[in-house]
Design a protein around this ligand. Structure first.
Ligand SMILES: NC(=O)c1ccc[n+]([C@@H]2O[C@H](COP(=O)([O-])OP(=O)(O)OC[C@H]3O[C@@H](n4cnc5c(N)ncnc54)[C@H](O)[C@@H]3O)[C@@H](O)[C@H]2O)c1
Length: 368
């Protein structure tokens, strides 16, 4: 037995050594190895790879250097005024009762979910996903009228698609500027008055705009961080306090962005990217801090989703669409509906052991 082990060991050692010996004989002679340096490489041959390395001067191997990995200063997109944005409507044909078998843990029945920024865009569709899965929902938004219209339309869509349902979900609208602690606390109090409790939170209030960093107006930058970062933090803390007081578990889903992990090109948006990196790490940090209270905190990082806002950016810069889709392995932008499954998964008991995670819904953009 012992002898057989020694023989196997010997055979493995011999096998492992054989290729190494072969490689050694093929190693280049020392004189042809060029050390790493910043001195310009001699372009002996047009295909000289050194010119394409840090040995070469900028542009030495051609004009293409860094061509598809740069921001362009010429792209400036301000967050538009409310009346410049078309309305978002609830999606149709997704909400009816169905008889396909699925896991019961995906159900949100009996839960009350809050969606900030739920009047429009991704927030509205995610609110609809929670309603379709059985939850009552409070839409929280700075745009009071739009929030009210969207809440009413969610109920109408539900009734239309579920004519025989004995229970119609309760969907309410609440004004809030998520960047203000007073406004956040006021809206949480309003929601508790209407719904009696909160079990879930989705923070979708946020916005992006494109300026190069040198010209970014400071007041706009503060506003951007105020809504995207402070707003996410303030609402999460308010809901976590409520859950801790009730001593019940809950789930918080923060809407980050793939921009929190990569740098988009060609549109410049450094403060937005940094804000979304903060959201992603806030989710991880609060997941750890609140794990013992049974409060899960996760992040969804969408890629390019075709909402009213991205449509506006593309209308202003028509050439962007091709650039964006050429960088997405799936080759397509996502639709808001593509987030429905992700938000229900992370909000429901289907993900009861998932916390501190970042779920990227980006057509594999961040994989390349
Ligand atoms: N659309 C995309 O491609 C995309 C991609 C990645 C991440 N995101 C993120 O998803 C979230 C939603 O984006 P969207 O495309 O649906 O945008 P959107 O502009 O369509 O919707 C955002 C909503 O947030 C509300 N809002 C803005 N500031 C607020 C404030 N201070 N207080 C309360 N509500 C406020 C707006 O009124 C609006 O209803 C944002 O956080 C955005 O950064 C979007």
């Amino acid at each position: 037995m012992f002898q057989a082990q020694i023989l196997r060991q010997f055979a493995r050692t011999a096998q492992a050594q054989a290729p190494r010996a072969a490689i050694r004989t093929r190693q280049p002679v020392l004189s042809s190895v060029r050390p790493f340096s910043h001195t310009p490489a001699r372009l002996d041959k047009p295909e000289d790879h050194d010119a394409a390395s840090t040995s070469g001067q900028p542009g030495q191997s051609g004009d293409h250097e860094g061509q598809f990995a740069r921001t362009e200063e010429s792209i400036v997109v301000e967050y538009p005024e409310e009346d410049a944005l078309p309305r978002s409507l609830p999606v149709q044909g997704r909400g009816a009762f169905h008889f396909k078998r699925t896991l019961a843990t995906f159900s949100m029945e009996g839960k009350v979910g809050v969606v900030t920024g739920g009047a429009r865009g991704l927030g509205l569709v995610m609110a609809q996903a929670l309603v379709t899965s059985g939850a009552d929902v409070a839409i929280v938004d700075m745009n009071r009228d739009e929030a009210q219209r969207s809440a009413a339309e969610l109920i109408e869509t539900f009734k239309l698609e579920n004519p025989n349902s004995d229970k119609v979900p309760k969907v309410t609208a609440h004004f809030c500027d998520v960047s203000s602690p007073t406004s956040v606390n006021q809206s949480v109090a309003d929601i508790l008055k209407e719904h009696g409790k909160i079990d879930n939170l989705v923070t979708s209030a946020g916005f992006t705009e494109n300026y190069n960093a040198i010209d970014y107006p400071h007041d706009r930058m503060q506003k951007l961080w105020g809504v995207n970062v402070d707003g996410t933090y303030l609402y999460a803390v308010a809901v976590a306090k409520h859950l801790m007081e009730r001593q019940v578990p809950g789930s918080i889903v923060m809407i980050g962005s793939m921009s929190g992990s990569i740098v988009n090109v060609p549109q410049p948006q450094a403060p937005y990217n940094a804000a979304k990196a903060a959201v992603r790490h806030l989710a991880a940090s609060l997941a750890v801090e609140w794990a013992s209270a049974g409060i899960r905190v996760n992040c969804i990082s969408p890629g390019y989703m075709l909402t009213a806002l991205t449509k506006k950016i593309l209308d202003d810069n028509p050439e962007l669409q091709k650039k964006w889709t050429s960088l997405i392995p799936v080759g397509k932008m996502g639709r808001p509906e593509d987030l429905m499954g992700a938000v229900v998964f992370l909000s429901s008991d289907a993900s009861s052991y998932v916390t501190g995670a970042d779920l990227r819904v980006d057509g594999a953009y961040t994989c390349t």
